[in-house]
Design a protein. Structure first.
Length: 221
């Protein structure tokens, strides 16, 4: 008989909750069912790893709630081989989910300690993510354009630099609002009949994120 660990069981229970909350895409649910979230949280919070909550990580930041990760990933519509840029590496969990979807993942974090810790955890967990410690509101120009950009911190507006780093058909998924509450926006880059770039913005539900701090985000915490 195959043995099932407590974490395997808790992960399956979490998947049930995500389905009840409206997450539909099987490949997103499968990715969440595969990534060991307990590896990305600090030891004192490991027992809460599969509760559907954000949890603290170092430097007063958070690993996002699993529902938030699932919701934003679903909107991003990742296909295997897509080049995806994440802004706000944090614990590295969202980057691991993107890897499980077969994406080629680039991730930028502004806090050096988190950048270093995420690098160690992702490597240990077997995920190959290209990481950079920098202001992510400026994107990562060297590897642009991206099929998708996901911003995991709340922004006062859409950073123009990020939109300019999207490939044709690419999507930018970003929480936009004030410092207390943000709405998830998805900006899709297309071309009109004359070949001019156009951008369509779809707006989804509200969440609460830590602030996106940088040149094209909030100027301070
Ligand atoms: N995606 C993360 C995960 O899976 O754990 C959650 C990230 S946490 C909600 C948001 C992160 O965005 C924090 O680690 C924060 O330091 C980072 N951040 C805020 N402003 C940033 C910026 N301009 N560039 C890069 N990272 C930024």
């Amino acid at each position: 008989m195959m043995s099932v660990s407590l974490q395997d069981f808790q992960r399956k229970e979490l998947i049930k909750k995500l389905i009840e909350s409206g997450i539909k895409e099987k490949k997103v649910l499968d990715a969440i069912n595969t990534v060991k979230r307990e590896l990305f949280v600090s030891p004192e919070f490991k027992r809460f790893a599969y509760e559907n909550n954000a949890l603290p990580i170092s430097n007063s930041q958070t690993i996002s709630q699993p529902y938030t990760v699932a919701f934003m990933t679903e909107i991003l519509k990742v296909n295997p081989g897509d080049k995806i840029l994440e802004i706000g590496t944090g614990s590295g969990y969202q980057a691991a989910i993107l890897c499980e979807l077969g994406a080629d993942v680039y991730s930028v974090e502004r806090i050096e300690q988190l950048y270093k810790e995420a690098g160690i955890i992702l490597k240990k967990a077997g995920y190959n993510v290209k990481l950079k410690c920098s202001d992510g509101t400026k994107g990562w120009k060297e590897y642009a354009p991206y099929d998708g950009i996901i911003v995991t911190a709340g922004s006062p507006s859409i950073p123009e630099t990020l939109v300019n780093q999207l490939a044709l058909g690419g999507k930018l998924v970003i929480p936009v609002g004030d410092k207390h509450i943000q709405e998830i926006w998805c900006v899709t880059k297309e071309k009109d009949k004359k070949g001019k770039d156009t951008f369509t913005t779809d707006k989804y539900q509200y969440f609460k994120f830590v602030p996106l701090i940088g040149d094209e985000g909030w100027k301070n915490a």
